[in-house]
Design a protein around this ligand. Structure first.
Ligand code: IMP
Ligand code: MG
Length: 178
């Protein structure tokens, strides 16, 4: 793996594909075990989680549904408090087991708003599966049920994550060179 340049920034290799896929399998195994016998609805938060969701769902052996929803709160390399609403939510959520599929939890602001919005629909329960988690940036207190990999507070790209629109297609994860 070599460095990549996206816009004005340079990124260096950080997490390799075999490590990524191993972590995804562990998350899937935990979900398969915890939700055995249930019929969950996976709520995939676009755009960033499309690669994680794809690899994760291939390993899920439950009877399940998937729904793709969207919201966006991120510009450049800093999270903002400017959280938008969930769009594309067409399923009836009452009494459902919901599993939110997220690419990364940074401050937690985005998911905090998503959770508040989902609670209004009275699901049976909501679990959160995030591929990446930055514990040092997290400012909320909701429980994160499934975490693929914990990372430091560096800005990263690849495996669905972007820097101003670029880098989502990279199959490994890169971190910014400051
Ligand atoms: P939060 O609201 O601060 O938790 O940020 C969540 C969203 O910010 C994620 O869903 C990503 O879209 C984006 N994000 C957070 N950290 C990064 C990063 O290191 N690289 C790219 N996007 C990020
Ligand atoms: Mg996201």
């Amino acid at each position: 793996m070599e460095q990549v340049q996206l816009h004005d920034k340079v990124f260096e290799p950080f997490i390799k594909e075999d490590v990524i896929l191993g972590a995804v399998k562990e998350v899937a195994a935990s979900i398969n075990k915890d939700l055995a016998g249930k019929t969950p609805l996976f709520l995939i938060i676009l755009n960033g989680s499309f690669m994680f969701a794809s690899d994760l769902l291939k390993e899920i052996n439950l009877d399940c549904e998937t729904s793709f929803v969207k919201l966006s709160s991120y510009e450049g390399t800093k999270s903002t408090n400017n959280v938008k609403h969930l769009i594309g939510l067409n399923e009836y959520l009452k009494d459902r087991h919901i599993i939110i599929v997220e690419d990364i939890i940074d401050t937690g602001n985005t998911l905090h708003h998503v959770l508040q919005e989902l609670e209004l629909h009275h699901p049976k329960d909501i679990k959160i599966a995030t591929f990446l988690y930055k514990p040092k940036a997290f400012t909320k207190d909701f429980k994160i049920d499934y975490i693929g990999i914990e990372i430091p507070n560096d800005f990263i790209v690849g495996y669905g994550l972007d820097y101003n629109g670029f880098g989502r297609n990279l199959k490994e994860i890169y971190k910014i060179v400051e």
